[in-house]
Structure formats: C-alpha cells, structure tokens
Design a binder for this molecule. Structure first.
Ligand SMILES: C[S@@+](CC[C@H](N)C(=O)[O-])C[C@H]1O[C@@H](n2cnc3c(N)ncnc32)[C@H](O)[C@@H]1O
Ligand code: SF4
Ligand code: SF4
Length: 380
C-alpha cells in the first residue's frame, strides 16, 4: 500500500485503491484544492479588498551591516521584529492563504532568530524567500540551505573596488563565496543589481561573476532617487525625483544603451532561458528610458503593477504598507486587530484604490513594480 500523507488523511482518500489510481486522484484533489484557494485570490482583483495574502514581505530588522550609498537604512539604530509578532503572523498564514514570505529589512540575516523564523513559516506550509546583502551567507550557509527556499543576494559591483564603493564594505569575494556554498546545497540564488552611475559599465562583469558563482538568475533594476518611504530617511519631503549622485548622467545614456545591445548579442542564451530575468527590451525601458525621464528628456511611463493586491509589507514594529514605496496604512499592535482586518481597513483600501486608479505619484517612477496576471495568481 502507498504511504499515506497528511493531505490524504485530511481529504479522505480511499487507501485500498491501486497505487496509480490513488496518485491520480490525489493529484486531482490537490489541483482542485489549489484552484479553490487561488480563486479566492482572484477575488482580490475585483475590488480594493483583500481576500487572501499570497505574499507577505517582512522587514525582520531595520538596521544593517552595510553602508550603501543608495540607501540610508544602515543609519538606523537596529530593531528586531519581536517573536510574538512573528508567531502572530505565522498563525494567520493559513487563513490568509499565504504562499510566500519574503524576509527582508534592513538586513534580515542580522535578526538573531532569522533561520528559526524561516522554519516557522516553512512548517506552516509557506515558502521562504530571503533577500540579503549576502555578508553573512558564507558564515551561515548551512542555515540558509536548511531553512530557505530561494535566496536573493544584492550584487552591486563587478569587482571588489566598485562593490566596496557602493556598499561601503569589503564584501565582494565574501558574498560570491557564500552564493557558491548555498548553490552547492541546491538552493536557487538570484542576484539583484541596482544599476547606478558607479556600476552601469560593469553589467557584463556582474553577469560573469554571477555565472562563475553558479547563480540561478540575475536581475537588474534602476536606482531609486526619490522615494521617501523606501531605503531609509534619505529625503525630508521629496515628492519628485532628484538627480542624486547615483543616477546616470544624460551623457552616459547612449553608452548604457550600447552596453545593453552588446549584452543582447553576447548573452542571447541567458536571456532566452530567463537566467537573465529581464529581456533586453525591458532593460532598455527600466534603465535607459527611466534615466532619460529622470533628466526630463521624456516622460515617465507608469509601470504595470498590482503588488498591493496580493502582498503587503510588515515593518519591524508592525507598521503596514501596501508595498515598499507607498506610505503606511496601519500598524499591527500587540493584542490588536489581526492582519486580515488591518489590511482591509479604510486607509488600506483607499491606498489600494489610489494606486490602482493612477493617483499615486510614487508609481510613476517606481523602480520595482510587480505585476501578476490571473494565470500567475492561480499558480501562486
Ligand atoms: C533595502 S535592501 C534590503 C535587503 C538587503 N539589505 C539587501 O541589501 O539586499 C532591498 C534591495 O534594495 C536595493 N536598493 C538599495 N538602495 C536602492 C535604491 N536607492 N534604489 C533601488 N534599489 C535599492 C538593495 O540593493 C536591495 O537589493
Ligand atoms: S540596501 Fe540593504 S545592505 Fe544596503 S544599507 Fe540598505 S538595507 Fe543595508
Ligand atoms: S508601482 Fe511601485 S509604488 Fe506603485 S504600487 Fe507598485 S510597487 Fe508600489
């Protein structure tokens, strides 16, 4: 007789049937169960209420061990997300049908219990993504292998000197060695490069470094130079983009376009397989066109995004945001309303309506939108 899993016990399979029929029925039940779950998620798209929360983004800490020039989070005194708040969130994942949790910050791996937290979510059936600067990955490679489903590591330079200049620490070799160790343990690793003035010429070297470390996927986005809610207290009251030192200059944009043309030829196979996550066309749009708009040479084109309709950000103290770049709509308090209620408060629904109807300036120049169509949401 085939072994009996928990799902079979719960959903009443007849254990005496033959193995093949048994497996088919089991698969079909799992499919219909998943569809049932996913259809509730599709309801999210019909209004500004959330019926499920497929993705939770948690800022486990709001301090950091890097000193990036593009982000002021490292200037914060570090706070760690308290364990009672974590337990509270884990306990709600079933009702919220949460499929993924993204552990971020600040530097998530500086939370002294980050891997225990990852395992708590896993035990609740939630897959764990860890977004990190990578400085602790080599040292804690086994914990990553044991508790994380996918690792995302920021890689902002193609050599040690550039990495150091941007991230403020000597970490280039260290993080690549960490990536290799985790890849050897079978964990998928994505590198994430924030393209800026100091590194745009090194995109090919960044790709080569990623390949040498056996990364699964490489992803690129433009540096944000305006948002007052993400990346620490960089600006007092900025509402429009400023030409920060990290932005490319107008005279550098033709060169960036040429670099992307070269990538398109040299790495055609990597683009075709998705190992470089963005297509050449997308890179031109999110990098070259974005920087041109920043310099007033063209208009920003608001990206397609529905992240606030399937995810929310929970900051270290329980503050809730629809996404990285929009303001807070509430806060989880000890003994207060659960996330399911807070995420459907009037303020939350108003913010979702505002971004959905194009009323939020932050979306116009957002460097990190996320869009999932119905088919992708069903697959979540
Ligand atoms: C705020 S960090 C938190 C996670 C972790 N500390 C890290 O660096 O990967 C999240 C991501 O934002 C990127 N980032 C930092 N400053 C940025 C900026 N000004 N514009 C766009 N992305 C930025 C980081 O490189 C990282 O990939
Ligand atoms: S980008 Fe990440 S590593 Fe750099 S200061 Fe911000 S939180 Fe720290
Ligand atoms: S486009 Fe950016 S700012 Fe707007 S909702 Fe999406 S992630 Fe948030």
């Amino acid at each position: 007789m085939a072994s009996v899993g928990l799902s079979e016990v719960q959903f009443g399979v007849d254990y005496n049937q033959d193995t093949e029929q048994h497996i088919r029925r089991q698969q079909s039940m799992k499919r219909s169960l998943k569809m049932k779950f996913s259809f509730r998620t599709l309801l999210n798209m019909t209004s500004d209420q959330l019926y499920t929360l497929p993705l939770m983004v948690l800022y486990l800490t709001d301090g950091c061990n890097s000193k990036c020039v593009t982000c002021d989070i490292w200037r914060n005194p570090r706070r760690n997300m308290p364990m009672p708040l974590i337990h509270n969130l884990v306990s709600q994942t079933r009702d919220l049908q949460t499929r993924w949790v993204l552990l971020s910050g600040g530097e998530a791996m500086q939370h002294p219990q980050w891997s225990e937290i990852a395992l708590l979510f896993r035990e609740a059936g939630v897959r764990v993504l860890l977004l990190t600067n990578g400085l602790l990955v080599r040292k804690q490679a086994q914990q990553v292998i044991d508790s994380v489903d996918e690792l995302i590591v920021s890689l902002d330079g193609g050599n040690a000197a550039t990495y150091d200049a941007i991230r403020g620490v000597d970490g280039f070799d260290l993080i690549l060695e960490g990536i290799q160790a985790v890849r050897a343990g079978g964990v998928p690793v994505t590198t994430r490069t924030t393209v800026q003035r100091a590194n745009y010429q090194e995109i090919p070297q960044i790709i080569e470094a990623g390949l040498a470390a056996d990364v699964t996927t490489m992803s690129f986005l433009a540096v944000d130079v305006a948002n007052p809610f993400a990346f620490g207290q960089r600006f007092d009251h900025a509402t429009t983009p400023v030409i920060h030192d990290s932005a490319l200059l107008p005279e550098q944009l033709d060169e960036l376009a040429t670099i992307i043309d070269t990538l398109e030829n040299r790495y055609a196979a990597l683009f075709a397989t998705g190992r470089i996550a963005e297509s050449p066309q997308k890179l031109r749009r999110i990098l070259v066109e974005y920087f041109r708009a920043l310099h007033g040479e063209s208009n920003f084109v608001a990206p397609r995004c529905n992240a606030p309709h399937f995810s929310t950000v929970v900051e270290v103290d329980g503050t809730l945001r629809p996404c990285y770049f929009l303001p807070a709509y509430g806060r989880l308090q000890p003994g207060g309303d659960p996330l399911a209620k807070e995420m459907n408060s009037t303020a939350a629904a108003d913010l979702r309506r505002a971004y959905r109807t194009g009323q939020r300036a932050e979306c116009q120049h957002c460097v990190c939108p996320l869009y999932k169509g119905a088919r992708q949401l069903l697959g979540l």
